[in-house]
Design a protein around this ligand. Structure first.
Ligand SMILES: Cc1cc2nc3c(=O)[nH]c(=O)nc-3n(C[C@H](O)[C@H](O)[C@H](O)COP(=O)(O)O)c2cc1C
Length: 343
C-alpha cells in the first residue's frame, strides 16, 4: 500500500498503520513528510527530531519479529492544510527470556498536505501502561515490578572495575538502603566502614597479596615453578579485586542484644547494599577470602567487638559478568514438607 494524491486523512492513516503492522518501511514512509525536520516523541520520552532518525528507528524495529500492534482509532480531524489523528496502539511482543511484554500508548499524528498528499510531520506518543508476563507463570507485572526483578536478576559479583569515581551521595544512598534491612529484635548491629583513600587501598593491595601468598605457602608448600605462577595469579586477582574506587567493610557488633543473629543481620544489610548499588549501575561482591578478618581488623583498627561480614567493592564494572550457573527453581523448591525421596 502506498500513499497517493487525493486520499483522505483517514485513508492515509490506514496506510500508515497497515505499513507498520506489515513492517513495510516504504509504505510507511510514503505517508511521512519529505522534509528533513520531524518531531517524534517516543513512549520513553525521547525526542527524535529528524526524518532520517525516524526512519532508522522504524528500520531497527521492523528487523524484529514476533510482535503485533493492533491500533484503536480515537479521533480524526481533517482541515485544509493540517490534520491530526489520535489513536491507541497496543504493542505486544515476546521478550528474549520468553516472557510477554505489552505496551499501550496514545499517539497523536500531525499531518500536513504536501503535493495533495497527507504526510505525517509529528508523531507524539504518550504511554498509558506497560506490563510484563513471566514465561511460565501467568503473573502480570508492571514496569516498576519488572525493574526490581531485573535488578535482582542482574546483580553480579564483579571482580574487576573501572576507576570512574563514585559521588559520595551515591555511597550514602546505597548505605541508606543497607541500614533498612531486617534485623533480629530490630537491633541494627552494623557499622559500614567506607574506604576511598587510594593510598590506603594501595597499601591494602600489597598487604592482601602478601596474606594470600603466605596462606598459599602455608597450606601447599609448593615447588618453585608452581609458586611463581600462583604468585602471579594471586597478584592479578588481588589487583583486580581492589580496582574499584570505593570499598565498604560491613561490620556487626558482637555485643549487640542478640549476638547470635548479628551475622544474619549483617548479611541481609550486605544484600540490600548490593541491590541498591546495582540499581545505580555499580557492581559489588561479597569478598571474604582475600580479606581475612584478623588481618583486616589490624589493618583498619577495627575494634575487637566488631565482626567483618564482608568487604565489598562498589564501582563501575570493567564488564558485567554473565550470570553464573544457578540451580533451577524446581530443584530448590518444596511444598509443605520433605517427601521421603527428597531427603
Ligand atoms: C558468603 C559468601 C562468601 C563469598 N566469598 C567470596 C570471595 O571471597 N571472593 C569472591 O570473589 N567471591 C565471593 N563470593 C561471591 C560468590 O562467589 C558469588 O556470589 C557466586 O559465585 C554467585 O555469583 P553472583 O553473585 O554473580 O550471582 C562470596 C559470596 C558469599 C555469599
Amino acid at each position: 500500500m502506498r500513499n497517493r494524491p487525493g486520499l483522505s486523512l483517514n485513508e492515509t492513516f490506514d496506510i500508515y498503520v497497515k505499513s507498520i503492522q506489515n513492517s513495510d518501511l516504504e509504505g510507511l514512509f510514503s505517508t511521512v513528510t519529505e522534509n528533513s525536520d520531524f518531531t517524534f516523541l517516543t513512549t520513553n520520552g525521547e525526542l527524535i527530531d529528524k526524518r532520517m532518525k525516524y526512519y532508522e528507528f522504524h528500520e531497527k524495529w521492523f528487523e524484529r519479529e514476533g510482535w503485533q500492534m493492533p491500533v484503536e482509532l480515537v479521533e480524526v480531524r481533517e482541515g485544509k492544510q493540517y490534520g491530526y489523528v489520535t489513536a491507541v496502539f497496543h504493542y505486544r511482543t515476546v521478550m528474549p527470556d520468553s516472557g510477554k511484554y505489552s505496551l499501550d500508548s496514545y499517539f497523536t499524528l500531525i499531518f500536513h498536505k504536501e503535493n495533495d498528499m497527507w504526510k505525517v510531520v509529528a508523531d507524539l506518543c504518550t504511554p498509558i501502561g506497560q506490563s510484563f508476563t513471566d514465561k511460565d507463570a501467568d503473573v502480570k507485572i508492571n514496569e516498576k515490578q519488572y525493574y526490581l526483578f531485573n535488578i535482582l536478576k542482574n546483580r553480579r559479583t564483579v571482580r574487576k572495575f573501572k576507576a570512574t569515581p563514585i559521588p559520595d551521595a551515591h555511597i550514602k544512598r546505597i548505605l541508606d538502603a543497607a541500614r533498612l534491612a531486617p534485623t533480629a529484635g530490630n537491633q541494627q548491629p552494623w557499622k559500614f566502614l567506607v574506604i576511598r583513600d587510594r593510598d590506603r587501598l594501595g597499601k591494602l593491595k600489597k598487604e592482601a597479596m602478601a596474606w594470600q601468598i603466605e596462606e598459599y605457602k602455608r597450606s601447599r608448600k609448593p615447588d618453585k615453578p608452581e609458586f611463581e605462577s600462583v604468585r602471579e595469579s594471586i597478584r592479578n586477582a588481588v589487583n583486580n579485586a581492589l580496582s574499584a574506587p570505593v570499598y565498604i567493610a560491613v561490620l556487626v557488633d558482637s555485643e549487640a542484644e542478640y549476638p547470635d543473629y548479628a551475622i544474619y543481620d549483617g548479611t541481609l544489610a550486605a544484600e540490600n547494599l548490593f541491590i541498591a548499588a546495582r540499581s545505580l549501575g555499580y557492581g559489588t561482591g561479597f569478598f571474604t577470602s582475600f580479606f581475612p578478618e584478623d588481618k583486616m581488623r589490624e589493618f583498619f583498627n577495627i575494634p575487637e567487638r566488631y565482626r567483618l561480614i564482608c568487604f565489598t567493592p562498589v564501582g563501575e564494572p570493567e564488564d558485567w559478568p554473565d550470570m553464573p550457573d544457578k540451580k533451577k527453581l524446581e530443584d530448590v523448591i518444596l511444598y509443605e514438607s520433605f517427601e521421603p525421596e527428597k531427603r
